[in-house]
Design a protein around this ligand. Structure first.
Ligand code: ZN
Length: 681
């Protein structure tokens, strides 16, 4: 998976304002309270993320981040236009009304308009960011005409000779007619996906023509192919198909020139020679549109690891194109999470100890284990396709041959994940699903650390551990390989969470973080993850099968000793752990068995384990969980407002510091971006 997205199924967001719980205080270190919620409307909550440790960065690092962040914001219009060709005209009209409508701004209809505006801003266009369906405005075309009438006409995106009435006549069906431009991306079977998708990667061509066009260009024997079609629009006019490149002087030229302007500044203060060379190639690529240069850039970028400050910037992900070729523009600027990186360094440095002391059969332990240093970063700015809906983790580049030859970078976005977790804990979720106050208290105080440690152990040592018996076919486990592999990594983490070694290494102060992790894991595997599954369906996703299998297996094994108990209270189901030490040894036993299955390629045992414990759902419990979730009224989708980075200059105009301001008004940020980063028509 290239990107772990904050999707409807993953996000468990709430609307409760968190002010000063224990966790919050710990994280704030000097800041008394931080309000993580910026806005809530329809199916969306908009959060804020913090920039921990930003003040401690060097001036050079801050300056570098600042320039890259400006570059990250300059491509916003590109993404809007890629989503749908009339999005920019619509946005400018919405901005004019939002900013200047002089009628009754308190009326229900105007509020409905503002909600619509917020949805469009969130989706970077008039189609839902996740479902791709066109939004249905909560107001009438007549009302829309009246508010446009009473807004500042000089701000409307009128073309030469066009009147506000002409603009309205044009926009009304686009916004209100459910039958036109209904879906941004249509991948239904049997349709011409290009003709029926409203996005803006192709004009006047059929799917067949596009496929033929690229078939004529691509050499299947090429072992290092460029990413054909990545940065262009295909246009057919007068019977001729042409590829219009996204580049300086080409399509999106003015926005790309602004990106280049800030990348040039960043290049001047690049933190290493390699990074300088990298930016040189990226700028060159933006000037020429040459995909070979893009590959050269990616080879350099992929190999340039261990940095304090890094970024992505370009036409990268192809989810928006039904044919999977054209990439949307996006950018993220990030800096290393020093604390988390220390943590992963400690774990990685002790990888051999963990391996040698695991409950796994010694024959299936690795003699020499090298932990993988997962990199944990904090986001400083999100742009394009990463804003406001942000990924939680990123693994790039996408080009397969570059991944094989030059490697790839995999990062988790710590401050984004934290904001999401902290809000989720304040959402009433724990009050609904945790057994008692002690469990809630543990989750609030230790949940973030527990979560982070689990992820670190899973990634750095869990997946890296163990070996196959001689002669075992590595593909023997077939379709059960992924959930079993996730189980191995999870069990490794769970088993060691409660080991005295964790305290010895100063990774946690007491067992409470481990207990919080056990509570959360069992509650999730047994109950709460079912909220992501439609009624009547089985569990399919590998990570979910893994969690279900672990929770149910240890539950069954511990039944006699009542290690985990299911209890009914007020017609609701709860799980309660009665014996944490025994649970730990059950995790150890299961780890031993799962490693055996993998090492010996025991397909039958693997299948039995997954099918028996990981796939089927108790229907009554499923319905109950879905109902309890629905009552919590959590927003299924979430995204983020960016902080504002403000340079401080001396009398000569030289930057001497960069300050962070946290924006708490989502609509205001959208209006500000519309003013400051509008380069296209
Ligand atoms: Zn994993």
């Amino acid at each position: 998976m290239k990107k772990v997205l904050l999707t409807g199924t993953m996000a468990i967001m709430g609307i409760v304002l968190l002010t000063s719980c224990g966790e919050n205080e710990k994280k704030s270190a000097g800041v008394n309270e931080f309000n993580y919620i910026a806005d809530r409307f329809e199916d969306i909550s908009v959060l804020r993320y913090r920039l921990p440790g930003f003040e401690q960065l060097t001036l050079a690092e801050k300056e570098f981040i600042y320039y890259l962040s400006e570059a990250a914001l300059c491509g916003r219009d590109i993404f809007w236009d890629q989503n749908f060709r009339y999005n920019l005209v619509i946005r400018k009209t919405i901005e004019a009304v939002t900013g200047t409508y002089s009628g009754d701004r308190e009326s229900d209809e105007f509020k409905a308009f503002i909600t619509y505006a917020k949805r469009v801003f969130f989706a970077n266009g008039i189609h839902h960011h996740y479902s791709n369906d066109k939004f249905v405005p909560g107001f009438s075309p007549e009302y829309f005409a009246s508010i446009v009438q009473y807004s500042d006409h000089s701000l409307l995106p009128l073309k030469e000779g066009q009147t506000p009435d002409d603009l309205l006549a044009f926009l009304t069906p686009v916004l209100f007619d459910p039958d036109i431009f209904a879906k941004k991306v249509d991948q239904s079977d049997g349709v011409d996906m290009i003709a029926s998708s409203a996005n803006n990667f192709y004009e006047g061509v059929t799917q067949k023509e596009v496929e033929e066009y690229y078939a004529s260009l691509i050499d299947p024997a090429d072992t290092r192919p460029v990413s054909w079609g990545l940065n262009s629009k295909i246009v057919k006019s007068e019977g001729k198909i042409t590829e219009v490149l996204y580049r300086s002087g080409g399509l999106y030229g003015p926005a790309i020139d602004s990106i280049i302007y800030w990348l040039e500044k960043a290049k001047e203060v690049a933190l290493s020679d390699t990074q300088e060379r990298e930016l040189e190639l990226l700028i060159d690529y933006y000037r020429t549109g040459d995909l070979k240069t893009w590959d050269d850039y990616n080879v350099l970028w992929a190999g340039n690891t261990g940095l304090t400050v890094d970024y992505i910037n370009g036409f990268i992900e192809t989810y928006g194109d039904p044919l999977g070729m054209k990439a949307t523009w996006e950018s993220v600027v990030d800096y290393k999470d020093i604390e988390a990186s220390k943590r992963t360094a400690v774990i990685t440095a002790n990888a051999q100890w963990f391996e040698d002391n695991s409950p796994v059969n010694p024959a299936y332990r690795k003699d020499k284990v090298t932990g993988v240093a997962a990199s944990v970063i904090n986001v400083a700015m999100l742009g394009g396709d990463c804003y406001p809906a942000s990924p939680l983790g990123i693994n790039l580049p996408n080009s397969n041959w570059i991944r094989t030859e030059a490697g790839s970078k995999s990062v988790t976005l710590a401050n984004i994940t934290d904001a999401k977790d902290i809000v989720a804990r304040g959402s009433g979720f724990l009050q609904e699903f945790a057994w008692d106050e002690a469990e809630i208290e543990r989750a609030v105080r230790f949940g973030s650390l527990a979560d982070a440690l689990h992820t670190d152990m899973h990634e750095c040592i869990g997946h890296a551990s163990g070996k196959l018996a001689p002669g075992t076919d590595p593909n023997a486990l077939k379709n059960y390989a992924s959930p079993l592999e996730e189980m191995r990594a999870d069990l490794f983490a769970l088993y060691y969470m409660m080991d005295p070694k964790m305290r010895e290494l100063d990774l946690m102060e007491s067992d409470d973080a481990a207990k919080a992790e056990y509570d959360n894991y069992i509650r999730n595997g047994f109950m709460t993850q079912l909220a992501r599954i439609s009624p009547g369906k089985d569990i399919e996703q590998a990570h979910m099968r893994c969690r279900s299998a672990i929770a149910h297996w240890v539950y069954e094994r511990g039944l006699e000793e009542n290690v985990i108990e299911t209890i009914r209270r007020d017609e609701k189901t709860f799980v309660k752990i009665n014996n944490y030490d025994k649970l730990r040894s059950l995790f150890g036993e299961m780890l031993k068995e799962v490693q055996r299955i993998k090492s010996e390629g025991d397909f039958e045992a693997g299948r039995n384990m997954i099918e028996k414990y990981g796939v089927k759902i108790d229907q009554a419990l499923h319905n109950e969980i879905l109902e309890r979730y629905a009552r919590l009224d959590l927003a299924p989708y979430s995204g983020f407002v960016n902080p504002r980075l403000v340079p401080v200059s001396d009398a000569q105009g030289k930057i001497i510091d960069v300050m962070v301001e946290y924006c708490d008004d989502y609509l205001e940020q959208m209006m500000e971006y519309g003013k400051r980063y509008s380069f296209l028509n």
